[in-house]
Design a protein around this ligand. Structure first.
Ligand SMILES: Nc1ncnc2c1ncn2[C@@H]1O[C@H](COP(=O)(O)OP(=O)(O)OP(=O)(O)O)[C@@H](O)[C@H]1O
Ligand SMILES: [Mg+2]
Length: 594
C-alpha cells in the first residue's frame, strides 16, 4: 500500500505520536468490555443475588455495590479522558502531516516545468491542494481511527460473546451478513457519486478562478450576466450532487437501522429462551445486550469506512501524481555552473513542437556577448518560444541551444536563469509594493539601487507619484497601473538583476515613442556587460540592433542589419513602408496643410 507509506513518510516527527494514538485506539474500544462485565457482576451478585446450593437461600452481596458502582464510574471517566486525548493526537498528527504534504506539493509545483502548467487546469490543481488534501487529513484524523475502533470493538465484543455463550454468539452472527450486505450495497452505489462530486468541485474552482482573474475581460464585454449564469449552473450542479449524495444516505439510513435492529430482536428472543432454560443469567444477558451495539456498529460502519478508504485512495492518488511529478527539465549532476553567464548565444538547427504542431523549424542563429539582437515577425511565428527555450522552459526536440558555448541542457538551471533577465510579454506583477516588485530577483538591493533601475526603465516618476511612492502596493496582476506602467516596472525588475542576457519581449509595445527612445538610450549605456535581445513590432525599437531576425511560421526568413534588410523586398521592408508611410501628400492637401 504505497499510499499508506506515503502518509507515514510525511508524518515526519509525528510518527511516535501517531503510534501512541494507535495504541490508545486499541485499548479504548477494548475497555468497552469492562463496564458490561462490572454490570453483569452487579446484577448477578447484588440485584438478583446468588442462590446457596445447599440452603437454597439467596445471598445479596451488598458490600460489592459501592466498589462496583465506583469502578463503573472510574472506567467511564478514564475512557472519556482517553477518548479525548486520542482524538487530539489524531487531529494534531493529521494537521501536521497535511501541512508537510502541502509544503512539498507547493515546492513541487514551483519546480515543475512550463509544460506541466500547460497540461493542468489551475482549478484542478487547486482541488488537489484543497479538497483532496482535506480528504487525506480526514482519513488520518477520522477514518483510520474509526476503522481501528470498529475492528477492535468487534473482535473484543466477539471474544466477550464467545466467552459468555457460543450458541448465543452464533445466533447474533447469523444476522450480521445482512447488515454488512446493506452497508456494502450502499457503498457501491455511492462511490461513483463521490467521484462526480469531486469533478463538480473542480469545475466550480476552475470557473471561480477564471472569473476572478478574467474579470476585466468579462466587464469589457459586459458578459457579467452570462458568467453569473454559467457559474450559477456549475454551482447548482455542485449543490445537486451534494444533496443527492446526502439524500442517498438518508434513503439508506432506515434500511440500515432496520437491519441493525434485527440483532435486538434475535437477542431478546434467544436471550429470553436461554434465561428460561437457565443457560444464561440475567446479568449475562444484560451484559450481552449492552454490548450488542459493539457488534452491530462496526459492521454497519464497515461499508461506509471501506468506502471512505477508497475515497482516501482516490484523493491520495490525485495528490501523489503531483507530489512525485518530477520535472523532466532539471539540472544534471555534472552541470556547468560558472560564476557568471558571459552572454554568447547560439541556436543550432533547433526544432520544437507543441504536440503535433511544429513551432520552431530548424532555427539557427548566433549572438555574441554584448550584442543587441532584435526579433520581429508575424504573431505566433515563435519569437516568445525562442526566448522560453533560451531560459530552458522547454527543451528542443532536435538541435541545440548553447549559452557561452555550453548546451543549455548541460547548464545548472539556476545559474543559467539567474544570468538572464526577462521582461515577459504577458506582464505579471506580484501583490507587493512597487519596490518589492522591482527588486524581486535581488531582494537585498538597496533603495537607491531600486530607484536607479526604475529610472532606467522610466518608471521612477510615476512610482513617485503614487500614493505611497515605492511602498504602494500594486494589486494582483498590477491592477491600478496602465499597461505601459506595468511594462516599465517589469523592465526595471529585469534590469535590477544586472543580467548578462536581457530579454525584452515586446516590453515597450505599450509605451509611447518618446519613452521608448529614452529607454533605448538607457539600455545603450548600461553599467554592466549585457547581451540584449529585443522582440518588437516597431522598426524604431529594432533598427539599431546589431542583427535583426525576422520570423515567419517558426522559421527564420530574414536576418541582417537594418540597411541590409531594407534592401531586400521582404517582411522588414514591408513593415518599414507601412510604419514610415506617414501622411500622404494627398492627406496633407486634404487637411489643408499644403
Ligand atoms: N503552451 C502552448 N501550447 C501549445 N501551443 C503553444 C503554446 N504556447 C505557444 N503555442 C503556439 O506556438 C506558436 C508560437 O507562439 P509564440 O508565443 O512563440 O509566438 P510569438 O511569435 O511570440 O507571437 P506574438 O508576436 O503574438 O507574441 C503559436 O502558434 C502558439 O499558438
Ligand atoms: Mg510573443
Amino acid at each position: 500500500m504505497f499510499q499508506f507509506q506515503w502518509v507515514w513518510h510525511n508524518m515526519g516527527d509525528q510518527r511516535k505520536k501517531f503510534v501512541l494514538g494507535v495504541i490508545l485506539q486499541i485499548i479504548f474500544p477494548a475497555m468497552a468490555l469492562i463496564n458490561p462485565k462490572l454490570i453483569q457482576t452487579l446484577i448477578d451478585n447484588v440485584v438478583v443475588g446468588i442462590t446457596d446450593p445447599v440452603t437454597g437461600e439467596v445471598v445479596r452481596r451488598m458490600d460489592m455495590l459501592v466498589p462496583l458502582a465506583v469502578g463503573t464510574c472510574l472506567v467511564t471517566l478514564v475512557r472519556t479522558l482517553m477518548g479525548y486525548y486520542m482524538v487530539m493526537i489524531f487531529e494534531k498528527v493529521s494537521q501536521q502531516t497535511v501541512k508537510n504534504i502541502r509544503l512539498k506539493l507547493y515546492e513541487n509545483l514551483q519546480y515543475n516545468e512550463m509544460e506541466f502548467f500547460d497540461r493542468n487546469r489551475t482549478g484542478d490543481l487547486m482541488t488537489r491542494m484543497t479538497g483532496d488534501l482535506d480528504m487525506v487529513r480526514h482519513s488520518i484524523a477520522g477514518i483510520s481511527r474509526q476503522l481501528l475502533n470498529s475492528l477492535i470493538l468487534f473482535v473484543a465484543a466477539l471474544v466477550f460473546f464467545l466467552a459468555t455463550d457460543w450458541i448465543f454468539t452464533l445466533c447474533i452472527l447469523a444476522v450480521t451478513p445482512v447488515i454488512y450486505a446493506v452497508s456494502a450495497f450502499y457503498s457501491k452505489k455511492i462511490k461513483p457519486m463521490y467521484r462526480g462530486q469531486r469533478e463538480r468541485l473542480t469545475e466550480l474552482n476552475t470557473a471561480a478562478q477564471e472569473n476572478i482573474s478574467g474579470n476585466r475581460v468579462i466587464k469589457a464585454f459586459a458578459r457579467e450576466d452570462y458568467e453569473i449564469e454559467k457559474f450559477g449552473e456549475k454551482n447548482k450542479s455542485y449543490r445537486d450532487t451534494n444533496i443527492f449524495v446526502n439524500l442517498y444516505w438518508m434513503k439508506f439510513f432506515p434500511i440500515m437501522e432496520m437491519s441493525a435492529n434485527m440483532l435486538t430482536v434475535v437477542e431478546v428472543l434467544v436471550g429470553g429462551l436461554f434465561i428460561i432454560n437457565g443457560r444464561l443469567t440475567a446479568g449475562e444477558l444484560m451484559a450481552l445486550s449492552s454490548l450488542t451495539w459493539a457488534v452491530a456498529q462496526p459492521i454497519r460502519q464497515m461499508g461506509m469506512l471501506l468506502n471512505d478508504t477508497q475515497r482516501f485512495f482516490a484523493s491520495a492518488n490525485k495528490i501523489i501524481e503531483v507530489y512525485y511529478q518530477t520535472p523532466t527539465i532539471h539540472t544534471k549532476d555534472t552541470a556547468f555552473k560558472p560564476e557568471k553567464v558571459k552572454g554568447d548565444i547560439s541556436f543550432e538547427h533547433v526544432t520544437f513542437r507543441f504536440g503535433k504542431n511544429v513551432i520552431l523549424d530548424d532555427v539557427s542563429f548566433e549572438i555574441k556577448a554584448g550584442e543587441t539582437v532584435a526579433f520581429m515577425g508575424t504573431p505566433g511565428s515563435g519569437k516568445t518560444t525562442i526566448m522560453n527555450m533560451l531560459l530552458r522552459f522547454y527543451d528542443a526536440e532536435s538541435g541545440s541551444i548553447k549559452v557561452d558555448g555550453v548546451d543549455v541542457r548541460d547548464w545548472d538551471l539556476k545559474a543559467l536563469r539567474k544570468g538572464i533577465g526577462m521582461a515577459t510579454q504577458d506582464v505579471f506583477l506580484f501583490s507587493d509594493t512597487a519596490e518589492g516588485n522591482v527588486c524581486y530577483g535581488e531582494p537585498e538591493m538597496s533603495v537607491e539601487d531600486v530607484r536607479k533601475y526604475a529610472v532606467m526603465a522610466d518608471a521612477d516618476e510615476f512610482i513617485q507619484h503614487m500614493t505611497d511612492g515605492y511602498d504602494t502596493i500594486i494589486g494582483e496582476r498590477g491592477v491600478g497601473l496602465s499597461g505601459g506602467q506595468k511594462q516599465r516596472i517589469a523592465l526595471a525588475r529585469a534590469l535590477a538583476v544586472r543580467p548578462s542576457i536581457l530579454i525584452l519581449d515586446d516590453t515597450t509595445s505599450a509605451v509611447d515613442m518618446e519613452t521608448e527612445k529614452y529607454i533605448q538610450g538607457q539600455l545603450d549605456n548600461l553599467d554592466f556587460p549585457c547581451t540584449k535581445i529585443v522582440v518588437g513590432q516597431r522598426i524604431s525599437s529594432v533598427k539599431n540592433a546589431d542583427k535583426i531576425i525576422i520570423m515567419e511560421q517558426g522559421r527564420i526568413v530574414e536576418m541582417g542589419v537594418h540597411s541590409e534588410l531594407l534592401k531586400r523586398d521582404g517582411y522588414y521592408r514591408e513593415i518599414f513602408n507601412i510604419q514610415n508611410s506617414g501622411m500622404d501628400v494627398k492627406d496633407l492637401k486634404e487637411a489643408g496643410v499644403i
